[in-house]
Ligand binder design. Structure first.
Ligand code: S3P
Length: 177
């Protein structure tokens, strides 16, 4: 695929591969890769962890929804969103209306493998991160599913195959936006 004319927004839990897939797919489709967490850190000048410490999850979510409201107005981007972005109604609406939303679906066990050494995700700094990922998936599943135009299973696929699958899905998808 040469140039793709819609924005692409990636959703899914922590460790689903939004950044890795976003960068690779952006190169293939000539879309500029952006990351909502990174943008929030740029705007505030502090880390996500610090925002959680100072303002709690609610403060972070407010920053996240306004940042995504801005970013989704751009053209020609592929955006990796934070795993909990879809908790906010306004964000679900903005994502769904302003681009093609792809849910990178993964099993909690695989997400755990990819995030277990990470100290920068406040929600996973618990005694039982796998249990936490299971709980988050149960709570968020309906939101991921209602927001997505396309659902892709990431299990047992390397990045190149996953990219090829996503490109095929995008070709057969007829957006009404
Ligand atoms: C969060 C996911 C993180 C980050 C924050 C909260 C979540 O993003 O936004 O730590 O609620 O799932 P990633 O999904 O990029 O790790």
């Amino acid at each position: 695929m040469e140039h793709y004319h819609h924005n692409i927004f990636l959703i899914g839990l922590m460790g689903a591969g939004k950044t890795t897939i976003g960068r690779a797919l952006g190169r293939r489709l000539h879309l500029r890769f952006m990351d909502s967490d990174h943008e929030i850190e740029e705007r505030t000048g502090v880390s996500i962890r610090t925002i959680f410490e100072l303002e709690g999850e609610a403060g972070f979510r407010a920053r996240e929804s306004s940042t995504i409201a801005d970013l989704t107005l751009r053209q020609g981007i592929i955006l990796a969103t934070g795993g909990g972005a879809i908790l906010q109604e306004e964000t679900r609406h903005n994502l769904r209306e302003r681009g093609i939303v792809i849910y990178l679906r993964a099993r909690p066990e695989d997400l755990y493998k990819r995030t277990k050494h990470d100290r920068d995700r406040p929600l996973l700094q618990t005694d039982d991160p796998l249990g936490k990922l299971r709980d988050l998936l149960a709570a968020r599943k309906p939101f991921y599913e209602e927001t997505a135009h396309i659902v892709v299973d990431t299990a047992d696929q390397g990045v190149p195959r996953l990219i090829a699958n996503i490109e095929r899905e995008l070709l057969s998808f007829q957006p009404s936006i």
